[in-house]
Design a protein around this ligand. Structure first.
Ligand SMILES: [Zn+2]
Length: 351
């Protein structure tokens, strides 16, 4: 059994994975979502006794990924018992100066990991979770043979985050959750006022890769269990992912059961090249559209165009994705759009 829950994480990510024996499943948690996600979707899972996690991953320091994990480690009632935590703190960024402060949230998590003596990057010998410059990608095996092949970040991507982390630190007291959006929020107009989705035009728009250092530092991996595989891409840069995927796939497309697309379906993180490296039928977009209006129609159109009869999975139904529900559009392009049941947020996938 391999089950993936794409929890309602606001504009962020929070993925709950269960695998192995259905009666006594093993668990992995990837990110904790934006503010409110912990209370909404995670707290009850940790109430009432220790909950063992095979692994807890904080892909990167951005608030829409780390906030729910900070709430989790701060909740005295939560029975958190991780066997390992993967998180790249300031000390893991190249050219470290020990004990230097970094962005508020990253430092808060660092304090919690150290203060509670939680295992930290154990699988990487307490060093950075990163891909090597040369040679094969790191592959970590968890209990019952589940494997994780690391795709991102590289040491270069982590190094790029370092000045950013220092800059954030200099602005003491800054709440990263309140950082202004990189792009202004859209008009939020009615769907009726939106232009029809022209897949060819949208997919064909010039691709400009995400230049956020924090996103580039995202931990991303290929999870494999029992013949099934999941690409879990955090907010990683597509060029980095493509480079790593190319190492795994040779000349063939890499077969994956489902792919959680990077950065909530941003047009700067979903490239045609990334989709073309995959033989995949299920593409996951995790976002409620707040703050950044994700997913971008350009990114969805690239999946529709470059993948073969894909299912598009949205963990919320919003004004930013409901246009893809159009039956004529689905028929024309041979894709399926999947949304949560009415009145519910989040999706559960069992493979
Ligand atoms: Zn994010």
């Amino acid at each position: 059994m391999l089950k993936l829950e794409i929890l309602p994480a606001g504009h962020g990510d929070c993925l709950w994975i269960e695998y192995g024996d259905k009666r006594k499943p093993r668990r992995i948690l990837i990110d904790g979502g934006a503010r409110g996600c912990y209370k909404r979707a995670l707290a009850r899972r940790f109430a009432g006794g220790p909950v063992e996690l095979e692994l807890l991953v904080v892909t990167h320091v951005d608030a829409d990924h780390i906030t729910g994990v900070l709430d989790l480690v701060a909740d005295p009632k939560a029975g958190l018992k991780p066997k390992d935590v993967w998180f790249n703190g300031f000390r893991h960024l190249p050219d470290e100066k020990p004990d230097t402060l970094g962005p508020v949230q990253g430092e808060r998590l660092t304090d919690a990991l150290v203060g509670r003596k939680l295992p930290w990057n154990k699988a990487f010998d307490r060093k950075a979770v990163q891909t090597p410059t040369k040679g094969s990608l790191p592959k970590v095996t968890l209990a019952d043979g589940l494997t994780l092949t690391l795709l991102s970040p590289s040491a270069d991507k982590l190094a790029e985050l370092r000045p950013e982390w220092e800059k954030e630190c200099a602005k003491a007291g800054l709440d990263p959750a309140k950082r202004p959006a990189a792009a202004p929020r859209g008009s939020g107009g009615l769907l009726a006022a939106r232009p029809a989705l022209d897949v060819d035009a949208l997919a064909g728009t010039r691709f400009e890769e995400d230049d956020s250092e924090a996103n580039g530092s995202s931990i991303a991996f290929l999870l494999e269990f029992d013949g099934k595989s999941l690409l879990l891409a955090g907010d990683a840069h597509p060029g980095m992912l493509r480079t790593s995927l190319d190492k795994l796939r040779g000349k063939k497309k890499l077969k994956v059961t489902a792919a959680k697309l990077p950065h909530h379906g941003s047009k700067h993180n979903t490239s045609i090249e990334l989709i073309e490296a995959l033989d995949c039928k299920r593409y996951i977009f995790s976002s409620n559209g707040s703050h950044f209006d994700h997913p971008d129609p350009e990114a969805v159109a690239r999946v529709v165009k470059a993948a073969k009869s894909p299912a598009l999975l949205f963990n919320y139904k919003t004004e930013f994705n409901e246009g893809w529900a159009n039956a004529a559009l689905q028929k024309k392009w041979g894709y399926t759009a999947v949304f949560p049941d009415a009145g519910k947020d989040g999706l559960v996938e069992e493979y």
